[in-house]
Design a protein around this ligand. Structure first.
Ligand code: GDP
Ligand code: MG
Length: 439
């Protein structure tokens, strides 16, 4: 998924304007990428429609950097698709909180039971109890005991003779006596969904009224995981999904489809075989991961921080009328800080790319901090009218900002050059040459 989306996104980022045709092409690419990732086709259809509507709508067409805006929309929609806000784990009014783990054999139930107990203890300072209610295979009970021993977390078991409802009830009683606050029940699985299994799980559910029923699914099984989730949810009305083996899943199809197919949130993700490799599920982070980001992510952040159109227009007017002063400069810098180099900001302005000379006005991030210090050491009048500058004022500014006088000189010189270029530009683009506020 990442590859295909990424190349689509790369094509979009460079765009200054996005036409309906662009959106069409992009929507097709996103659609193919999702289908390739084994995302449920109904989910894909809705998703692509949402993106298309939003992308063609005003929010893109009027924004400064439509290419980035479109990516932002894709990310937001991916996040929404996976559940938006991250959801929390239940806490019973009266302890213990009972969690029932269900899922097919091999999905990772037993491992995840241990991982979840470990996470509850470590992150939430809880005292969990593991319950071996998979009574069909002696090995299953032993496996959970081994997990418990590794973590030094108690395991309640009665071998393979008792029935799961009895075991679970006794375990809850035991937890109350021992003041343990979470009871996590590892139930039996089957290779495929069958009525016997569902009946048994349903019995447990009816008898215990668990606070959470977590379905454990193997993300590497893609669309099958989604079908399993749909089925378990119909029969048991699960409260959440834990996606395992995400460390081996390169497509992300299950993660993307489960929420919209079952309307149940993904709560945790398994990121490896080790017992500390269970993480909270964050839809926004997963969306970033799916977009394969790093550099793409930072572009989105930039888009989010992008100055709004009105501000840009004001700035442009000031540039045209050459009344741009140090205060404007400072205000812009504050925005530039989160966005990148000044020349990049200026390149966002219409017409600014025609000004080749701008290349000389480069400022990097560290310099920006210094520049800010220097400008803040200027008086109000000095900021409005740089022509006031003389050696004694410059010396005072240098002392006030703690920067060398040469740097103060350089900044003033650069600023003056910039103003000169702005005047040239306003001439070039037919601005009113004579209209000046000062100087
Ligand atoms: P159960 O039959 O549902 O109880 O599944 P198990 O807990 O026995 O796990 C089946 C296999 O999946 C074991 O080899 C686990 O180590 C492995 N496993 C479980 N979760 C993860 C995970 O998040 N990542 C990886 N790589 N392996 C996992
Ligand atoms: Mg098991």
């Amino acid at each position: 998924l990442a590859d295909r989306l990424q190349s689509t996104i790369k094509k979009m980022t460079g765009k200054g304007k996005v036409s309906e045709q662009d959106v069409k092409v992009m929507a097709r690419e996103v659609r193919l990428a999702l289908l390739e990732a084994d995302v449920n086709f109904k989910v894909v259809k809705e998703f692509v429609n949402n993106i298309r509507t939003r992308a063609v709508g005003a929010e893109v067409m009027e924004s400064l950097t439509p290419g980035q805006q479109v990516i932002k929309i894709v990310k937001e929609e991916l996040t929404a698709l996976m559940g938006g806000e991250q959801s929390k784990i239940a806490v019973a009014d009266r302890p213990p909180t009972v969690i029932m783990m269900v899922g097919l054999q091999g999905a990772g139930k037993t491992t995840t039971t241990g991982k979840l107990a470990n996470l509850l203890r470590k992150k939430h300072n809880r005292k969990p109890l593991l319950v071996a209610a998979d009574v069909y295979r002696p090995a299953a009970v032993d496996q959970l005991k081994t997990v418990g021993k590794q973590l030094n977390i108690p395991v309640f078991e009665k071998g393979t003779d008792a029935n799961p409802v009895e075991i679970a009830n006794e375990a809850i009683q035991y937890a109350k006596e021992e003041h343990l606050d979470y009871v996590i029940i590892d139930t039996a699985g089957r290779l495929h969904i069958d009525t016997d299994l569902m009946d048994e799980l349903y019995q447990i559910k009816q008898n215990l009224s668990p606070d959470e029923i977590f379905l454990v699914v193997d993300s590497m099984t893609g669309q099958d995981a989604v079908n399993v989730a749909e089925n378990f949810n119909e029969q048991l009305d699960i409260t959440g999904v834990i996606l395992t083996k995400l460390d081996g899943d390169t497509r992300g199809g299950a993660a993307l489809s489960i929420k919209s197919v079952t309307n149940k949130p993904i709560k945790f993700i398994g990121m490896g075989e080790k017992l500390d490799q269970l993480e909270d599920f964050h839809p926004d982070r997963m969306a970033s991961r799916i977009l394969g980001m790093g550099d793409v992510l930072s572009l989105i952040e930039k888009a989010e921080a992008t100055i709004d159109e009105k501000k840009a227009k004001e700035l442009e007017d000031k540039m045209r009328s050459a009344s741009f002063d140090f205060d404007d400069f400072l205000e812009q810098m504050e925005q530039v800080r989160s966005m990148g180099p000044l020349d990049e900001l200026l390149s966002l302005l219409p017409g600014a790319n025609k000004m080749k000379g701008l290349k000389n006005v480069q400022l990097d991030d560290k310099q920006l901090v210094h520049v800010e210090a220097i400008i803040k050491s200027m008086t109000k009048q000095e900021r409005k009218d740089p022509s006031l500058m003389n050696p004694s004022r410059k010396k005072r500014i240098a002392q006030g900002s703690g920067r060398p006088i040469a740097e103060v000189n350089r900044l003033i010189k650069q600023f003056n050059e910039m103003r000169k270029m702005m005047k040239q530009m306003s001439g070039m683009t037919g601005g009113k040459k004579g209209k000046r506020r000062k100087g």
